[in-house]
Design a protein around this ligand. Structure first.
Ligand SMILES: *Cc1c(COP(=O)(O)O)cnc(C)c1O
Length: 436
């Protein structure tokens, strides 16, 4: 290849910077014979629906993050529903949640007769904007849901201060942030309760599974009564004998109080125990790789790393769903979409604009009548009408203009990472050729 062709943008017929993708650089989860053996043992014993292995996994996960109770779930959505009911959210209530997140962060509150008051995001962290919370709080507000977006820890000091001032709960959605630290403390231990996903695509990936984490005996007992009927009133990690647990919900033993069944499949919990053993070292390598990638792009105009400052004690954990921050004004106003098309032409498939679409204007929150009451569920249980249309949350609505995807490296392969970084650098430095 001649110099001319390699320096020309691939979008205009030049040679792509990244030519042969190495799939093992991105393969996740990393599955070894040890995982396979653990799952096979469950299958051969026919123990898929038992809870003995799940309880061991819960205890190990709880010990790893440093929380009193961990409760295994069939998926992350169910763990968050358990957290909502566990916090006492019910008819007429309101929770505050960022608009840019996966729907499971909040949508289940509709099924409890509550509604969601959506807050804007901070364009630098892509997490809930702590300055857009307090004016939304009233007597109807029961909780703030925070999502450590793409692994980036939310500003928990400010958020928990606000929550404490108003006597409301903080629910962490840790689905993106397994292993993330906020000022040295693990995400999932920073609020009243946390729910998280462990589905196959996530940073901690064991199939369809989730986990609830809390230090509160009350929330734990409520979550059990809601979705784990056979464990209601039973022994916990802290009360080993049947008779030792006599909370106010113990009398409901035998039936789930909400009619839900949230148990984790033990093929998942068996794999989870193996994954957890290697998780710290595997995410340490991801962090080295992702930090290497972003260090290479330091100072390139128009693009910024989505990561906390290096000396903050905060980390990106497993760096799930990695984003970059886009600043069109530094690239002559080049639209993020055009930038991403050009980076993809250079061979980087992960580069697409945006992240999750904003939720606040979705018809489910505006119109859906789940309970056939002749009115939208979001206002049918005496909730305040907090429905917000387009134009109300400007940063959330700009998400496809201010963020883009970057490769999620699982291995710290310096030469390969340099190529990927070069693709972004090349397009940013030659952006004027893309301006029409
Ligand atoms: C994936 C995800 C969930 C839901 O978890 P499931 O296991 O898919 O039910 C919830 N919140 C966020 C932020 C997620 O990314």
């Amino acid at each position: 290849m001649n110099d001319r062709n390699s320096s020309r943008l691939a979008a205009f017929g030049g040679t792509p910077v990244v030519s042969n993708q190495n799939p093992s650089l991105f393969k996740w989860p990393i599955v070894t014979e040890e995982d396979e053996q653990a799952v096979l043992e469950v299958l051969r014993a026919g123990a898929m629906s038992n809870t003995d292995i799940t309880k061991k996994f819960e205890a190990e996960y709880a010990a790893w993050v440093g929380v009193r109770h961990a409760l295994g779930y069939c998926n992350g959505t169910a763990s968050l529903l358990g957290a909502f009911w566990g916090c006492g959210i019910g008819a007429g209530d309101e929770v505050i949640c960022p608009s840019v997140t996966y729907w499971a962060s909040c949508t289940a509150v509709l099924g409890l007769g509550a509604t969601v008051n959506f807050a804007d995001i901070d364009p630098d962290t892509l997490c809930i904007d702590p300055g857009d919370i307090e004016h939304r709080i009233g007597p109807w507000t029961k909780a703030i849901v925070v999502v450590h977006y793409g692994g980036y820890p939310c500003d928990m000091d400010r958020i928990t201060t606000i929550a404490r001032r108003h006597g409301i709960k903080v629910i962490e959605d840790v689905s993106h942030a397994h292993g993330s630290l906020y000022r040295g403390r693990p995400c999932g231990t920073l609020g009243d309760v946390a729910g998280l996903s462990m589905m196959a695509g996530k940073g901690f990936a064991i199939g369809e599974a989730g986990m609830l984490l809390t230090d509160s005996d009350e929330i734990y007992e409520r979550a059990i009564a809601y979705g784990h009927y056979e464990r209601t009133g039973g022994p916990s990690r802290f009360a080993k004998s049947e008779s030792a647990v006599k909370g106010p919900l113990a009398r409901f033993r035998g039936l789930p109080i909400g009619g839900h069944k949230h148990r984790m499949n033990q093929t998942c919990s068996a794999m989870g125990r193996v994954q957890l053993k290697y998780f710290p070292e595997r995410i340490a390598e991801i962090q080295r790789a992702m930090n290497r990638f972003w260090d290479l792009l330091e100072g390139v105009p128009g693009i910024r790393a989505h990561r906390p400052p290096k000396d903050s004690g905060s980390t990106m954990g497993c760096w799930y769903f990695p984003r970059g921050l886009y600043r069109a004004e530094e690239l002559g106003g080049l639209p993020c979409e055009v930038f991403c098309d050009a980076v993809r032409a250079e061979g980087v498939e992960a580069c697409s604009p945006g992240s999750n679409s904003p939720l606040h204007a979705h018809p489910v929150f505006h119109e859906a009548d789940i309970f056939h009451q002749g009115q939208p569920t979001s206002v049918a249980f005496g909730q305040r009408d907090v429905r917000q249309g387009s134009g109300s949350l400007p940063n959330a609505e700009r998400i496809t203009e201010i963020s883009f995807g970057v490769p999620w490296f699982k291995h710290d392969d310096a030469a390969a990472i340099e190529r990927y970084a070069e693709a972004y650098r090349k397009v940013a430095l030659q952006h004027d050729e893309l301006l029409t």
